[in-house]
Design a protein around this ligand. Structure first.
Ligand SMILES: Cc1ncc(C[n+]2csc(CCOP(=O)(O)OP(=O)(O)O)c2C)c(N)n1
Ligand SMILES: [Mg+2]
Length: 330
């Protein structure tokens, strides 16, 4: 396969009901996490900026679900959901965003720099595109040590115009490295629409220049994301090299902080809100005969877990002043 496999968003088969229930639980948890993060930010409890992934949950949940122990994941500053989907604990992720000593990085990284090597989350990276070469390094390490591990690398549509994107995909392709490149195409880079910066509509088409498969998938359909990434992971583990996946999605909130996102046409926002990934998964479950009351309960449980984790993190200590130069490069 050396060309873009599908020009539109690929429709894939469904996943088993238990698995879909797990997916919706994880997506609701991430949505609740982002809403609580916004509340903490507005209450002035968060140092630095925040970039919420509300609306994009199906991409990270569906993609991370294909990973096994030993696999690695890298993501962007819009990475709370990705890190949680990879298994980072809710309370210590809140603690990092709040700058607490018990945070994933001792409170020194904050919202944009979440790393938890213990669960394979190798970092959310604030410099656009800078982590793609790191993903190539992780893919190379896997090949060099003869393991079957893959690296899943999330990035935005804007990153596909960065030099590091092209260098990373080229090297991964020529060395057939086990990297799953997942572009979260949310149609905007900061406050600028994609069509104003990028001369093609289908970013998956960029795979053609590296001779690797490029697949566009409905990024709001968690089952479709899971199936697409499963195939990419199988290819990578079999030694057949990387895949570029373009997951079409939309961020419900603005770019960062308190950005209300007013540069986006109202009709466009309404259209995407009507395709909320959590609502789509809920409809699919209702169609399979799942009781709406049990889904409501699952929703309340997820929100309770998030609230409890936030309260725990807020009660934790500030870092010790003595620790300020520990783990820091001079
Ligand atoms: C190299 C670099 N240039 C510029 C910026 C400023 N910046 C931060 S986010 C962003 C937009 C990136 O958009 P995209 O890749 O689509 O990701 P999204 O925020 O939509 O998830 C820019 C330009 C940066 N962080 N790094
Ligand atoms: Mg974008």
């Amino acid at each position: 396969m050396t060309s873009t496999e599908d020009h539109g968003a690929v429709e894939r088969g469904a996943v088993p009901t238990d698995q879909l229930l797990g997916f919706i639980r994880a997506m609701i948890e991430i949505r609740a996490f982002e809403e609580e993060t916004q509340r903490l930010f507005m209450a002035n409890l968060v140092r630095g900026s925040t970039h919420l992934c509300s609306g994009q949950e199906a991409v990270v949940v569906g993609a991370c679900a294909v990973l096994r122990d030993g696999d690695s994941m890298l993501c962007t500053y819009r990475g709370h959901g990705a890190v949680l989907a990879k298994g980072a604990p809710l309370d210590r992720t809140f603690a990092e965003i709040l700058g607490k000593a018990q945070g994933l990085c001792g409170g020194k990284g904050g919202s944009m720099h979440l790393t938890d090597i213990s669960c394979g989350a190798y970092g959310s990276i604030a410099t656009v595109g800078a982590h793609l070469p790191i993903a190539v390094g992780l893919g190379f390490a896997s090949r060099y040590t003869g393991s079957q591990d893959v690296c899943l690398c999330f990035f935005g549509d804007g990153a596909t115009n960065i030099g590091a994107f092209h260098e990373a995909l080229n090297l991964a392709a020529i060395w057939k490295l086990p990297v799953l490149f997942v572009c979260e195409n949310n149609l905007y880079g900061e406050y600028t629409a994609l069509h104003l910066t990028t001369p093609i509509d289908r970013l998956a088409d960029r795979a053609i220049s590296f001779g690797i498969p490029g697949v566009a998938v409905d990024g709001n359909d968690v089952s479709a994301v899971f199936h697409t990434l499963s195939e990419a992971a199988d290819r990578a583990r079999a030694g057949d090299g990387p895949t570029l996946v373009e997951a079409l999605t939309y961020r419900h909130k603005g770019h960062s902080r308190a950005d209300p996102g007013r540069y986006r046409p109202k009709e466009e926002v309404a259209e995407w809100l009507a395709r909320d990934p959590i609502d789509l998964a809920r409809s699919a479950l209702l169609e399979r005969g799942i009781d709406p009351a049990s889904l409501d309960e699952l929703h309340r449980d997820a929100e309770d877990r998030v609230r409890t984790a936030s309260e725990r993190a807020q009660a934790w200590d500030e870092p010790d002043v003595q620790s300020r130069l520990q783990d820091v490069w001079a």
